[in-house]
Design a binder for this molecule. Structure first.
Ligand SMILES: C[S@@+](CC[C@H](N)C(=O)[O-])C[C@H]1O[C@@H](n2cnc3c(N)ncnc32)[C@H](O)[C@@H]1O
Length: 432
């Protein structure tokens, strides 16, 4: 093994430089060296790291597995394998590997952090928060863990805790762009959101999303609608710019909110709260639970097995909740695909909805839910489209379903509220 040290040192130096070209060089060198030393677990791991940094995650997994076949109890290799599996959205496998890494090295702060990331991706945000906190109890300077902990708090509607976690990240590193960006998305006012965005751009003028969002906010403030005049030509087709254009082009100004939970609060204030709400797309019940705090009865529809078909780069089965519906007082859950459950459910008389949360992401699911829910929509019902704007191809999903539904039913929609950070839009419908 000693003979390997100089080349491995060189590979490590390439790794630390963090540049794409260097990772390509690293992958090539590792390949050559592996011909000479095919049983070197260190080389196999480095080849994995190079491929992971080049976003070739399946190859990375292959290398890590070979390294682990030689050294099964190497916690670093297990942690690296888990990270590549997270990138491939193989969360269950990743979790097993992080847990094994932690078992081998109980002080492995990064493995706790990464375990938290995998759990958060599965929607297990409370548990994820515990692991971020555990990582921080071992290494309080782990900035990423502060940011992830903040995200996990934000997803649980714990806004003050989220803000504290993001601020701590900034105290450790006042150039932590993610923390500034996330603070803007945890804001409760226009001025607060703008302040954090401005700080974000001061620190990193190339932070595209913050630059674009600030540009929108300037236009909003000055009652100017022409975003296309403000952004360079290469941005005219950017999904953010298309979303801003849509919002700025509305005939009436909607309320503008800055985080998911204040958006729901605003909708709840405007709705007829004595009626039940309906939610299409429940997953583990985060939004349902929140709505239920103010609207005391709700019906939730979901497969509880995840998306029935692929949604852009999310494969079928994404958002699986292991077949389990939440158990919540005041909540009634109907399990199965909408196209099978809704005909039966809506064959009986149902109360008009106060709010309907459409959060099934897919066009096909949203149009199906809209069609069956037509019976419980009146002109006071507020329809939330929970992920309507900002995504790369947002016009093909919930937005398309809303527009087509209105055309078919001869309805027009009026936009009441928008939250660009959480991509939500709330509308009411009236006959044309
Ligand atoms: C983004 S998740 C919902 C998130 C949830 N509202 C929350 O606050 O965490 C989308 C959900 O829609 C469900 N879904 C999508 N299409 C469906 C369909 N056709 N029938 C039943 N459930 C569907 C998926 O199972 C998934 O749980």
């Amino acid at each position: 093994m000693n003979a390997l040290h100089p080349p491995i040192k060189k590979l490590n130096a390439l790794l630390e430089s963090g540049k794409r070209g260097e990772f390509i060089a690293m992958a090539r060198s590792a390949k050559k060296l592996l011909k000479l030393y095919p049983k070197s677990s260190i080389l196999l791991n480095l080849a994995g790291v190079a491929h992971a940094n080049l976003n070739v995650f399946t190859k990375a997994v292959g290398f890590y597995m070979k390294a682990l076949a030689i050294e099964p109890n190497n916690a670093d290799f297990l942690n690296n394998l888990g990270n590549a599996q997270v990138a491939l959205k193989e969360y269950d496998l990743a979790i097993q590997n992080f847990e094994k890494a932690i078992y081998i090295n109980p002080a492995f702060s990064l493995a706790y952090n990464n375990l938290g990331i995998a759990l958060k991706a599965q929607g297990k945000v409370e548990l994820a928060a515990e692991f971020f906190a555990k990582a921080l109890s071992i290494d309080p300077m782990l900035i990423d863990s502060h940011v992830h902990l903040g995200d996990a708090f934000l997803e649980q509607a714990k806004i003050a805790s989220a803000q504290r976690a993001f601020r701590t990240a900034i105290e450790i590193d006042d150039h932590c762009v993610h923390a500034y960006w996330n603070l803007s998305g945890a804001s409760s006012s226009f001025a607060e959101a703008k302040k954090w965005l401005q700080l974000c751009v001061n620190i990193d003028p190339t932070c595209e999303k913050a630059v674009l969002m600030l540009c929108f906010m300037d236009l909003w403030e000055t009652d100017n609608t022409d975003i296309l005049e403000r952004v360079p030509p290469e941005y005219t087709n950017h999904p953010f710019v298309r979303s801003f254009s849509w919002v700025l082009g509305l005939s009436e100004r909607p309320l503008l909110l800055f985080n998911r939970w204040s958006f729901y609060d605003a909708v709840i204030k405007m709705c007829v709260g004595t009626k039940p709400f309906y939610e299409f797309g429940v997953w583990r019940g985060a939004s349902f639970r929140y709505l239920l705090k103010s609207l005391d009865r709700g019906f939730g529809f979901d497969t509880f097995r995840g998306l029935p078909e692929a949604w852009h780069d999310n494969s079928p089965g994404s958002y699986d909740s292991d077949g389990e519906a939440p158990v919540l007082d005041g909540g009634e859950f109907i399990a199965g695909e909408f196209e099978y459950t809704l005909p039966k459910f809506f064959s009986k008389p149902r109360e008009t909805a106060s709010v309907i949360n459409f959060d099934a992401d897919l066009y096909s699911s949203t149009i199906c839910a809209l069609s069956y829910a037509r019976k419980v929509i009146d002109d006071k019902t507020i329809l939330i489209f929970d992920e309507m704007l900002m995504n790369e191809r947002w016009e093909e999903d919930e937005y398309r379903a809303l527009v087509e539904f209105c055309e078919r039913q001869k309805l027009r929609f009026r936009v009441l509220a928008v939250c660009l950070f959480s991509k939500q839009v709330a509308v009411t419908l009236t006959p044309i």
